[in-house]
Write a new protein. Structure first.
Length: 65
């Protein structure tokens, strides 16, 4: 049963990383198209922080489980 939970947690974290990575690509490819983010660098930094959070979760799962 533990395997099912670990697999779900891994997939969840990987999905969030991909989502935030896609947002970074959009900001870099077409920054003018993102109207509510006047500070593109700050928006990218926020996306990177979210990616780091989920990357840390993957690291903890690998290290301890």
């Amino acid at each position: 049963m533990e395997d099912i939970f670990i697999k779900a947690l891994v997939k969840h974290a990987e999905g969030h990383i991909e989502k935030h990575k896609a947002n970074v690509h959009v900001y870099m490819e077409n920054p003018a198209g993102i109207g509510e983010h006047s500070d593109i660098i700050e928006a990218i930094e926020l996306e990177l922080m979210e990616m780091a959070k989920y990357d840390d979760q993957l690291e903890m799962l690998e290290k301890y489980f």
